[in-house]
Write a protein that binds this ligand. Structure first.
Ligand code: ADP
Ligand code: ASP
Ligand code: MG
Length: 450
């Protein structure tokens, strides 16, 4: 069971989590394995911690320390509301110690005006460490047999700080050593998502939104019956609710559809979440912690649904890179050379289209775009166009519904389309268009299809 930031935002939200866990725990057949609980940082805390890294980098030690104190106070206030007596004392002491150690480290970084990616991870990991401690204490206070576990002792990753990749074998070994004995004793492990450590024991993180991924990783290692993602919406919706008014819940999705939607911007799931679930064929359910009685979205290997369409997704603020070469395009090896540049700068490409003399790709992460353009310029003309959006129509067997494409184009009407692609998987039809038209395009498509 993974609870996201808004599901643990404050004492009321955490009380809802306690009730959800209790209901699930008490409704399980006696003797069956208890749930494992994974939590995100409290809502907005990761943003605050990232702000702290920026202040430290600018040498603003005092402001960084003031911000850490604010965050500490917020955590302590929640711990005091949810626990009593010695349990409060223990929680407050642990939080004070954790933040004091962090403040010391951040002070040093501010003096040197240097925050390495590993330092960044050390700072942001404190959000999940703190929230998971409080949730574990709140469970115990309500007589739920919780055991707090430092997730960094279980999840092992590579050293790609800020976007680390899990070492599944090492993690599953650790999960068998630390988590399985706890559940074996009929106790409930509670641990932070998103955070991990490298094989050398250095704190790392999986990247923004990574708690979903942590939950799926632990779920796959422990071969659980279901991976539950508890969030602030009723499930996967037919479109991003921040972009389209009143989208509907999608009751069922296939693993492939869910991956595709997450990859193309449905923030409710981290894009890598489905991978571990697929390896063990574990169903994933998305549920609303404010409306726990609602059925949510069930994600499984295959679905029986009347409509070919599952949902729309939208990824905002991407950059289109046009690479043109009259000289070399048809020569073999050109594409390899081109994509090697993106690989060298560790930049993922989302959409690719080609014409006779050019290749167009979209990138989301523009950190190395300048260097990428320079390297490509050695053998091609390069043009970058920022502020674009990817809009995708996702569903199984879209190829069996040829009318979908026509209907999409007609409903988009006069919105200029920069790139158009239908994936070989036949599970998505994708349009790249100006970001300022994204909301309009999504709304038109949503009206046409849902
Ligand atoms: P959590 O803190 O629980 O991980 P997130 O903010 O990461 O929650 O993800 C939930 C949010 O994802 C929703 O509040 C919603 O705004 C956004 N979202 C974007 N696309 C979709 C979609 N297709 N279905 C549901 N939610 C979506
Ligand atoms: N707290 C982290 C973030 O805000 C991870 C997560 O919420 O999944 O990105
Ligand atoms: Mg999330």
């Amino acid at each position: 069971m993974k609870f996201g930031g808004t599901s643990v935002a404050d004492a009321d939200a955490m009380t809802r989590v306690v009730n959800i866990l209790r209901r699930q725990w008490e409704s399980q057949p006696k003797g069956s394995r208890p749930p494992v609980v994974v939590v995100s940082a409290l809502s907005k805390v990761t943003d605050g911690l990232i702000r702290t890294t920026e202040l430290a980098r600018n040498g603003e030690g005092q402001r960084a320390s003031a911000l850490l104190n604010e965050l500490l106070d917020r955590h302590i206030a929640i711990a005091r509301t949810l626990t009593t007596g010695q349990r409060t004392e223990d929680a407050v002491q642990a939080l004070n110690l954790q933040f004091a150690q962090l403040a010391g480290r951040v002070g040093g970084m501010a003096l040197g005006r240097k925050v390495t990616p590993a330092d960044h991870d050390l700072i942001v990991a404190s959000g999940e460490l703190a929230s998971s401690r409080i949730v574990a204490a709140a469970f115990e206070e309500q007589n739920l047999p919780a055991v707090w576990v430092d997730a960094r002792e279980v999840l092992v990753t590579d050293a790609e700080h800020t976007a680390a990749a899990p070492d599944m074998d090492a993690t599953c070994r650790r999960a068998a050593q630390t988590l399985a004995p706890i559940t074996g004793r009929q106790q409930i492990p509670v641990l932070g998502g998103f955070i991990a450590s490298t094989a050398a024991g250095v704190t790392a993180t999986l990247g923004r939104g990574g708690s979903d991924y942590s939950a799926a990783i632990f779920g796959a290692c422990l071969d659980v019956g279901e991976i539950q993602i508890w969030t602030d919406v009723d499930g996967m919706l037919t479109a991003d609710p921040r972009v389209v008014p009143a989208p509907r819940v999608v009751p069922q999705l296939s693993f492939a559809e869910a991956s595709e939607l997450a990859y193309f911007g449905a923030k409710v799931l981290h894009p890598a979440t489905i991978l571990p679930a697929v390896t063990k064929n574990i169903p994933v359910r998305i549920l609303n912690s404010r409306q726990p009685q609602n059925p949510g979205t069930l994600i499984t290997a295959t679905v029986a649904r009347e409509s070919h369409l599952a949902a729309l997704a939208c990824k905002r603020d991407v950059t289109v890179v046009d690479i043109t070469s009259t000289r070399m395009f048809m020569a073999h090896g050109f594409l390899r050379r081109l994509f090697e540049v993106f690989e060298r700068f560790k930049t993922a490409v989302d959409v690719v289209t080609t014409s006779e003399v050019s290749v167009s790709v979209t990138v989301d992460n523009t950190k190395h775009l300048h260097d990428i353009a320079a390297a490509l310029s050695e053998f091609a003309d390069v043009r970058c166009e920022p502020q674009m959006a990817i809009v995708s129509i996702v569903g199984e067997r879209l190829n069996e519904a040829p009318g979908v494409f026509v209907k999409a184009i007609v409903s988009l009407g006069d919105i200029p389309l920069r790139l158009v692609s239908q994936a070989a998987s036949r599970r998505n039809i994708t349009f790249v268009l100006p970001d300022q038209d994204a909301a309009g395009a999504m709304t038109r498509l949503h009206e046409a299809f849902f």
